[in-house]
Design a protein around this ligand. Structure first.
Ligand code: ZN
Ligand code: ZN
Ligand code: ZN
Length: 335
C-alpha cells in the first residue's frame, strides 16, 4: 500500500465525519467493525451508515480511511453479485457438467472393503441395514468392513453420472443464471483503527470522544451522533446530545467545527441554527477549533448559540465545564 501523504491524513482527521467514525473506535464502542449481511445490498456497516448515509458512500468512505492508513482492514468474506441486476441475493447451483441442469441428486459412495465393491449408498440399503449387493455380506463396522468413498452425483434430467458438479449461480431477484466468469466478485472487509497513526493527528483531533467522556463523568446521558426530531417532523443530526433528568428539560446539543484555515466559517453557525430552530433544545453549543470568523460570532449571539472557541480539546473541555456549571446553576435558581 502506498503511504498517503501526511497532509491528506490531516485533512481526513479534521473531517467532521471521520471524527465521528473514529470516536466510535476511540470510545471503545467499536473494537472491530464487522459488516452485517443484508440480502438486498450485500454487506453493510450500519454503525457507519448512520453517520455517512447510504451503503455505497459508507463503503467508499471506509476504503478511503484505509487508503490513508487511518484504518486497517482484514478480509471478512467474498461476495458474489449478479452481473445483470447487481443484487447480492445470489444462490449457488451445483450443476450437471453435461446438460448444465441443477436438478441433480447427490449420493454418498460406499466401498465394501472385503470384496472391493463400490456403489452409491442407496444400492446398499436394505431395510435399515447396509448389505453388499455383490457378496450379500452385511456392512456393520465403519472403516473396518466398509468406508465412505466420496460422493457421486446423477442428473435427474439427462441421467448421466459424475463425481464433480459444476458450480453456477442463480439470481433470486432477476432469475438470471450465470457462472463465475460473469459474476461480480468482490472483497468484503472488517475494519479496525490504526492506533499508531493517531499520534500524528495532533491539535483539534477527534474531539467527540473526550467530550463524550467528560459529559458522562458529570452524570449526563450522551448520544453521539444523535438524531433528533424537530417540530417539522424532520430528523437532524447533532455531533453530541446530552441529557440529565434533573437539570435538562429537553436536551443539550453540541456540534463541532474545525478547519485547516485560520478561522471557521460562519456557515457552521447558520447550519446549526436551522437545526436548533426546529429541534428547540435547552441549550445549543458550537465548539470551534481554533476560532470562529467574526461574522459568525455575531450570528451566534443573535441565534443564541453558545460559541466555544478553543485551541485544543483540553481547552474545549474546560470551557464546556464552565457551561455545564452555568446550566446547573440556572436550574437551581429557577423555582
Ligand atoms: Zn439479478
Ligand atoms: Zn444432465
Ligand atoms: Zn461385497
Amino acid at each position: 500500500m502506498m503511504k498517503a501523504p501526511k497532509a491528506e491524513r490531516t485533512e481526513a482527521f479534521r473531517d467532521h465525519r471521520s471524527q465521528l467514525v473514529l470516536s466510535k473506535f476511540l470510545s471503545g464502542e467499536l473494537e472491530k467493525l464487522d459488516p452485517v449481511f443484508d440480502p438486498t445490498h450485500g454487506y453493510r456497516y450500519p454503525e457507519i451508515e448512520a453517520i455517512i448515509g447510504d451503503p455505497k458512500a459508507t463503503e467508499e468512505f471506509l476504503a478511503h480511511l484505509y487508503e490513508l492508513g487511518i484504518l486497517t482492514r482484514q478480509s471478512f468474506d467474498k461476495l458474489i453479485y449478479c452481473p445483470s441486476c447487481n443484487s447480492a441475493n445470489v444462490s449457488v447451483h451445483y450443476s450437471c457438467p453435461y446438460c448444465k441442469s441443477f436438478n441433480i441428486k447427490k449420493s454418498a459412495l460406499i466401498e465394501h472393503i472385503p470384496c472391493g465393491y463400490i456403489d452409491t449408498e442407496d444400492h446398499f440399503k436394505k431395510d435399515d441395514k447396509l448389505v453388499c449387493p455383490r457378496c450379500k455380506a452385511e456392512l456393520n463396522k465403519p472403516d473396518v468392513n466398509y468406508r465412505r468413498a466420496g460422493v457421486w452425483c446423477s442428473c435427474n434430467d439427462c441421467n448421466k453420472s459424475f463425481d464433480i458438479p459444476v458450480p453456477s449461480h442463480f439470481c433470486r431477484v432477476c432469475s438470471k443464471n450465470f457462472t463465475f466468469d460473469d459474476a461480480i466478485y468482490r472483497d468484503v472487509y472488517s475494519y479496525a483503527l490504526n492506533r499508531d497513526i493517531l499520534k500524528e493527528a495532533g491539535v483539534g483531533f477527534i474531539l467527540v470522544a473526550p467530550i463524550k467522556e467528560f459529559l458522562q463523568s458529570r452524570g449526563f446521558t450522551v448520544e453521539s451522533p444523535s438524531f433528533l426530531k424537530g417540530k417539522s417532523g424532520a430528523s437532524h443530526m447533532f455531533d453530541i446530545a446530552a441529557t440529565r433528568g434533573d437539570i435538562t428539560r429537553n436536551v443539550i446539543v453540541i456540534d463541532l467545527a474545525t478547519t485547516a484555515e485560520e478561522v471557521v466559517s460562519e456557515q457552521s453557525i447558520i447550519a446549526m441554527f436551522a437545526k436548533v430552530y426546529d429541534v428547540a433544545p435547552d441549550k445549543a453549543c458550537l465548539i470551534v477549533i481554533p476560532k470562529m470568523a467574526e461574522s459568525g460570532q455575531k450570528l451566534a449571539e443573535l441565534y443564541n448559540i453558545q460559541l466555544i472557541e478553543a485551541k485544543d480539546q483540553h481547552d474545549a473541555i474546560k470551557a464546556l465545564e464552565r457551561l455545564v456549571i452555568a446550566v446547573v446553576q440556572s436550574k437551581i435558581q429557577q423555582p
